[in-house]
Design a binder for this molecule. Sequence first.
Ligand code: GLN
Length: 480
Amino acid sequence: MDLRKLTAEQIRADLLQRRYSAVELAQAALEFAERENPKTNAYLHFCPERALEAARRVDEKIARGEDPGLLAGVPTAVKDVILTKGVRTTCASRLLQDFIPPYDATAVARLEAAGAVIIGKTNCDEFAMGSSNENSAFGPVRNPLDPERVPGGSSGGSAAAVAQGTAVVALGSDTGGSIRQPAAFCGVVGVTPTYGRVSRYGLTAFASSLDHIGPLSRTVRDSARVLQVIAGRDPRDSTSAFAPVPDYLAALNGNVRGLKIGLPKEYFEGLSDEVGRPLQEGVRLLESLGCTVHEISLPTTPYAIPCYYIICTAEASSNLARYDGVRYTIRSQQATDIIEMYAATRGEGFGAECKRRIMLGTYVLSAGYYDAYYLKAQKVRTLIARDFAQAFQQVDLIVTPVSPFPAFKLGEKIDDPLQMYLSDIYTITGDLAGIPCMSVPCGRTRDGLPVGMQILANHFQEALMLRLADAFERAGGFQL
Ligand code: GLN
């Protein structure tokens, strides 16, 4: 079995035909992943016992003639900001290097209930803050397609694991693009669902009003399958939606004729040829499938970066206040009283980017600056959401680039935080508006680096978005 070519659908069929067992597959996947990992550093740790136990449950179900679930036996990687009971969850932070969660995230529990086999936890930017995976306390991740380049971030390990074939599907988290941008950089599919579509219970909070859990995979079908399993109301997350979950797999019927696709002019002005050319060819492919293309405008786009970096840092400064050395975290031994202990623990434990955001966030929330920064950013956020609402009165879906450039070199932007922030321009708007969006592979640059196409849909229109992506994938054949 070649793990790099397997899909969830194929695995389920193979298991039911007894071509191999889930335990055999889990062993092979663990062995392959542990062997490949030094090349990319995609995984921070593996959980072989948990994986084999999950695989055994699948084999037992099959032996009893029961349905083993939509994700039966599927080797799965989970970003290390998502809690796994009894399995270390570090958020790629020194602070949490020894943290063992006492419960599972809802998404994790739902994956395993559907037969998924979680083999390990993936590297990421510390507390999911970053766009290159270079902010991990445990070393950067290398892009499996070119080890001199970053895999994107913050879910870089999840994207790299799928691209190198050590996991068939992965969970990532997205606050401002952290699923879609690494998916684009590594040539895989990544889906950010509508805010509230997937429970955030057990996702370590970065910016709670923007945080999402979503799937990464080689094919659109596999992401649809994962979404099917993890979506839906969860009483443990009060922001999770009551809306019924449609049949995402049934929606992938190839019927995209007549769909109106909006191209926002603000997202294409000044776009480099490198990314622009594959994208234009992608748009032509959509037209050849019977879609019609319309220029639209999202006029608030130029204000999105400051808006996002005010709101996300404000929320982060509040969320990260809990890591004080009293619970969860390592504790500094350098202090004689409790206030000193808080400061020393946080000083030793947080990396530079987290400290930068805590300081920025504290500043924009402080008395005297709150109205000028935080309140104003909230108003801009409303305008951004309104831009999309108006656009979706004219078109069914919106297509844009994911990133202004393909995967960049390790070290290229790490000393210039502003350049790093600016690279998020096309992805943060979807999170700010709370709408579903995804990245699907759309060809390569002249240097052979993958380029992603972003598709955005109106709230809870994941089925339509996935249908277009699936038709595009089948017509273009761009997947790894
Ligand atoms: N790159 C963005 C940031 O640094 C997005 C991160 C994310 O989506 N978690 O905040």
